[in-house]
Design a protein around this ligand. Structure first.
Ligand SMILES: NC(=O)c1ccc[n+]([C@@H]2O[C@H](COP(=O)([O-])OP(=O)(O)OC[C@H]3O[C@@H](n4cnc5c(N)ncnc54)[C@H](OP(=O)(O)O)[C@@H]3O)[C@@H](O)[C@H]2O)c1
Length: 313
């Protein structure tokens, strides 16, 4: 691929690469990036899905993070690359695939001279021997990106609250459809979810951080709750009366009942997310508060914003 402008002695416009633009978080980040100076390049397995979003400053390129050859071209001329991908859908071996994808992406970014990778992963305590495969894999992806030598800004978030976020949708569909819920004890696990608007603010701000070492920021709303509290608050705001009955473990049978409420296309991802509910996902490192001026809203407000967003959609 030609480096046309720079070959002619004209400074190149910075290109921001966005992966996951067909997904929940990436799809919401794209219009915000497109409003900023410079060009945005979306990397997609199926560019047709995004064709309608192309504009003067937004281009779509075909690439697959599991295909290293396709990445070279996609990363050419890129200064900042957003990695907003997971491979949990339709994969029996998502940990291995996520590992391969991050390794390929990191190597291609290094070779292309990318200055910064911004990645959104998951909260969870690395020293917890019972960390779910999903959360373990999210952390491993961050490590692999950093090890490339490209400066990597990793955000670790719990559930993203917003209309269309799969983890939040899981909670919504359960609460909307089950007046009485049989719940495993670990629904009393502590969590610190975050409103999607706040996640987007962090992702955008990461692009303009001064250059430095790779950094990891734990992000979450300013209050903590249990998953059961989230269900109760969501039900309260929707005007639903719900009863939660706790049982010691969620047997495969009960887990299957829960997942029966999820659409077939999201079944696999839902299964992995539910496994992670047993792990506390709370912010332990306050450094995001010092590095950014963003002050995330509380859980109540995040749910309110999400319900308002649903109406607008
Ligand atoms: N949503 C949440 O609650 C939440 C919470 C914490 C952290 N996060 C993190 O945020 C990031 C984005 O999550 P999300 O909720 O936006 O996920 P999502 O809606 O499921 O989107 C996943 C994206 O990954 C892309 N993708 C999958 N395999 C690919 C491949 N081989 N090559 C290129 N692209 C591929 C998908 O593209 P296709 O259209 O081609 O499938 C899709 O755009 C993830 O790292 C996730 O762990 C999300």
């Amino acid at each position: 691929m030609s480096t046309d402008a720079s070959d002619a002695g004209i400074p190149r416009e910075p290109i921001v690469l966005l992966t996951g633009a067909s997904g929940y978080v990436g799809g919401r980040l794209l219009p915000l990036l497109a409003r900023q100076p410079g060009r945005v390049r979306c990397l997609a397995r199926n560019p047709e899905k995004l064709r309608r979003l192309a504009s003067d400053n937004v281009e779509i390129v075909q690439a697959d993070v599991l295909d290293p050859d396709s990445l070279q071209k996609a990363l050419q001329g890129v200064t900042t690359a957003y990695y907003l991908i997971h491979l949990m859908s339709g994969s029996n071996n998502f940990e291995e695939q996520d590992r391969q994808a991050a390794t390929h992406f990191a190597a291609a970014a290094k070779a292309a001279g990318v200055q910064r990778i911004v990645y959104l992963g998951g909260l969870g305590d690395d020293s917890d021997p019972d960390l779910s495969p999903h959360l373990r894999s999210r952390h491993e992806v961050g490590k692999l990106l950093r090890e490339s030598g490209v400066e990597t800004i990793e955000f670790r978030a719990g559930m993203v609250i917003g209309a269309g976020s799969l983890s939040f949708q899981l909670m919504q569909s359960l609460t909307d459809r089950l007046p009485v819920m049989i719940c495993p004890r670990w629904l009393t696990t502590k969590t610190q979810p975050i409103a999607v608007e706040d996640v987007l603010s962090y992702l955008l701000a990461a692009k303009d951080l001064p250059p430095g070492e790779s950094r990891t920021f734990e992000i979450g709303s300013h209050d903590t709750a249990t998953y059961a509290d989230l269900i109760r608050e969501y039900a309260r705001q929707r005007g639903l009366r719900r009863w939660l009955i706790f049982v010691p473990v969620l047997t495969p049978y009960l887990s299957g009942l829960w997942l029966a409420l999820v659409t077939p296309s999201t079944y696999e991802v839902g299964r992995h997310l539910i496994e992670g509910l047993k792990n506390p996902t709370i912010v332990q490192d306050p450094s995001a508060q010092q590095a950014f001026s963003i002050r995330p809203v509380g859980i109540k407000e995040a749910i309110q914003q999400s319900l308002a967003g649903e109406k607008t959609d």
